[in-house]
Write a protein that binds this ligand. Structure first.
Ligand SMILES: Cc1cc2nc3c(=O)[nH]c(=O)nc-3n(C[C@H](O)[C@H](O)[C@H](O)COP(=O)(O)OP(=O)(O)OC[C@H]3O[C@@H](n4cnc5c(N)ncnc54)[C@H](O)[C@@H]3O)c2cc1C
Length: 358
């Protein structure tokens, strides 16, 4: 009997594995590489929404955990993934500038929005109205993190690289069984793959497809992330990431011509240099209607748990959400109502209530 089975080695699964390692629990992870969100992500973390200049849910608590969490992973995996980089929001109108300075005066946003107008000095960027700077921001190389974590799990014989088949899961009162594995708990961290999970797919995971371009620009020196209609993230040398689109109908991981054009149009609004597209990536963000994570225990089976709904902010939320879930399972500490899946209990089909077999 092991302690945990985990389904999915994206940002959510990795954060939960880290909780287990810290607490000396045994586990095995399944992943079939069916979802791409964590490996295509821009990897930015910033505590403010840059459209409306409002604070992000629980940002102070999440940022406090972020640096030590990614530092620990860097040391453990011998990689560099956390790049502290300022985010500069390009202003497109005087009204926007005014909104920014109004927002920077609010007590909750003061620590994160600089009240200085930054003038553009970069000859290859068009930004006549300047920028506002967000503080406490950066980028995590999520692709390298996921790759390195997969290798780490493989080296320790903790990873099965195949699809988890929900029909083969046997749920008992005291443990779950999957083929020859018995575990005290199972945690589902499948990102948008949740839609195929018959135990939890009553939850309103919407899924928002996003696409990005990897580009090379010869003469662009940028030591910050520039956010306009699209963002451009410096990756080192002449390499940059441009993203990201939001689409709600298409739920595939296939890049499209339409989104490529949309991204290029956004980029050309401020980039004066010529560039070369070297890659085009797509994934589905696990977004939820109320923009809060989906964390908690199944309404009927107390050995089944979920860590999902990280939306477009998995880098910041995952360590926070994983700790909360672990504490609720192992220490009986109640989850915050806003993230607990109990808020959707009315959506759980009543025909299953009281029945063991779904
Ligand atoms: C274009 C784009 C840009 C983004 N930019 C940012 C950003 O700048 N900052 C930020 O914080 N977030 C960003 N995100 C969001 C971020 O990527 C997500 O919040 C995060 O990756 C979700 O992690 P997850 O572990 O929940 O899901 P996923 O990364 O989707 O991982 C789920 C894993 O479960 C596996 N799986 C699913 N079903 C099964 C099964 N049945 N059997 C076995 N394995 C299974 C999948 O293969 C996958 O590896 C972006 C996302 C996209 C698409």
């Amino acid at each position: 009997m092991i302690d945990y089975i985990i389904i999915g080695v994206g940002l959510g699964g990795i954060a939960f594995c880290e909780q287990l390692e810290e607490n000396n629990k045994s586990y095995i992870v399944f992943d079939d590489n069916s979802q791409q969100s964590s490996n295509v992500a821009g990897g930015m973390y910033n505590p403010v929404t840059l459209k409306r200049f409002t604070g992000v849910w629980r940002s102070q608590e999440q940022l406090a955990m972020l640096t030590p969490y990614y530092k620990k992973l860097e040391n453990k995996l011998s990689i560099k993934i956390d790049y502290k980089t300022p985010v500069l929001r390009r202003f497109v109108s005087v009204e926007e500038q005014n909104m920014w300075f109004e927002a920077s005066d609010k007590p909750l946003l003061q620590p994160f929005l600089s009240d200085k107008l930054i003038k553009n000095t970069n000859p290859n960027i068009d930004a006549p109205l300047g920028f506002g700077e967000v503080l406490g921001t950066g980028r995590v190389d999520t692709d390298l993190l996921q790759l390195s974590y997969i290798n780490y799990l493989k080296e320790n014989d903790n990873l099965v690289q195949e699809r988890f088949n929900y029909d083969e899961l046997v749920v008992n009162d005291d443990y779950v069984a999957y083929r020859d594995i018995k575990a005290k708990h199972i945690i589902f961290c499948e990102g948008f793959g949740l839609s195929k999970n018959k135990y939890f797919n009553y939850l309103p995971l919407v899924g928002t497809k996003g696409e990005l371009l990897d580009i090379e620009v010869e003469d662009l020196e940028l030591d910050f992330i520039l956010k306009s209609g699209v963002f451009i993230i410096p990756l080192g040398g002449n390499k940059f990431k441009v993203g990201a689109t939001n689409k709600w109908k298409d739920k595939t991981n296939t890049p499209t011509q339409e989104s490529k054009e949309e991204l290029e149009e956004g980029l050309q609004k401020f980039l004066k240099s010529t560039y070369k597209i070297v890659d085009h990536l797509a994934g589905v963000r696990p977004t939820v209607t109320d923009r809060r994570p989906l964390i908690g225990t199944h309404p009927q089976y107390e050995r089944l748990h979920i860590l999902n709904g990280l939306g477009s902010r998995g880098v910041m939320i995952s360590p926070y959400a994983a700790k909360k879930l672990f504490d609720s399972i192992e220490k009986n500490i109640p989850l915050e109502k806003e993230m607990d899946i109990v808020r959707y209990k009315k959506k759980y089909p009543t025909k299953y209530v009281g029945k063991k077999d779904i």
